[in-house]
Design a binder for this molecule. Sequence first.
Ligand code: SF4
Length: 459
Amino acid sequence: MFLSVFDMFKVGVGPSSSHTMGPMVAAGRFLDLLRGQAFQPAGLRASLHGSLAFTGIGHATDRATILGLAGFLPDTYDARAADAALAEIRKTRMLRPEGLPPLRFDPARDLRFDYDHKLPGHANGMVLSATDAQGDVLVQETYYSIGGGFVVTAAEQAAEPILDRRDAAAHPYPFDTAATMLAMARDSGKTIAQMKRANELMHRAAPELDTGLARIWQVMNACIDRGLAAGGTLPGGLSVKRRAADIHRQLLAERGRNLTAPHTINDWISTYAMAVNEENAAGGQVVTAPTNGAAGVLPAVLRYWLDHVPGAAPSRVAEFLLTAAAIGGLIKHNASISGAEAGCQAEIGSAAAMAAAGFTAVMGGCAHQIENAAEIALEHHLGLTCDPVKGLVQVPCIERNGLGAIKAVAAASLALRGDGSHFVPLDACVRTMMETGRDMSERYKETSLGGLAVNVPNC
Ligand code: SF4
């Protein structure tokens, strides 16, 4: 199995990796498909299914799909250019992606939220069509946004898992379970981060890997700083107040006072996480970790370590990220990181497991303690449902990142106080998460049809 650290940590836009980034990526893939065809299409259509329909408005899936069909991509997204392009598309009802003729597209008519037909491959399905001048379909493709910004076609989804398409034999440490990861660490004498790094070096040179990792942390950290400086309310109609900046100001003012309660450190950790997810909810630039909805957990733990833990050193950020990515890859490969597929346990639970693993590594934990920390963090998110109010990635998502980060630190701390031996193996916990997700009612899997989404008045 190989899943790159840059698959787990992708620079993108809020508010959702599966509902915003994924559809934009799918639209980009469809444009590439059209560019390779001999015929000239005259128009485009899109339909959104399952969770993409039910929570698409709140997650800005419509906006992301239109912009994707206009040629925008998450990695290079420019919010101001996107606003201008959207206004132009609504006025002219035309799309002008590079390398294709102008294409008819009336957002009110050609983008459809299909609430009645869930597609068979995944909860997040979309169908993109290119038409001729008469409106007859020339080419059509079904895409699934399977979480964390990953997108597969219907054919790819039906084939072997996405991760297995890269040759496992081509990597020095092809672990696909926590058990094999631990065995390889034991046999090689290497840390999890060193094994992950060796695998990554089969795909890119060391300077490129290091530069890429540094950029990932720079974007994560900049996102925290922007969130800590921003005020006002979040878009979407819930009038949710941004709180990270205000709490951060309070914490700075309390610094140095003798009577500050020890549990105040929890406020620092959750404020870093909330800063990220407030930025995400505002449509800002974030890094999937492993998704947008859970993007605050890991950066918060990393920032906590760097700013508050004696002995922390920026030179070890790469070790944190590589270890976390190894654990995230195991969860994605063997279960899911998609809230629409397995509930919030798959998003915040996975993020907490990744953060706990990374933190344990830089705190000097061995491979068994890292596996233990990830398991504790994931185990205590099992059963967590996804029920965002009004389909917005705000309530409960923003605070949930803060609590996920606190749990990750607590899990790592518990693991570091042991010798790595523990009752529940990470592999069993990952399997349990997936089975629990399969048994979970659709109402609790990013449809906003149950839970807080129906019990909290949202106007
Ligand atoms: S409840 Fe959890 S899974 Fe659902 S949108 Fe919010 S963060 Fe994502």
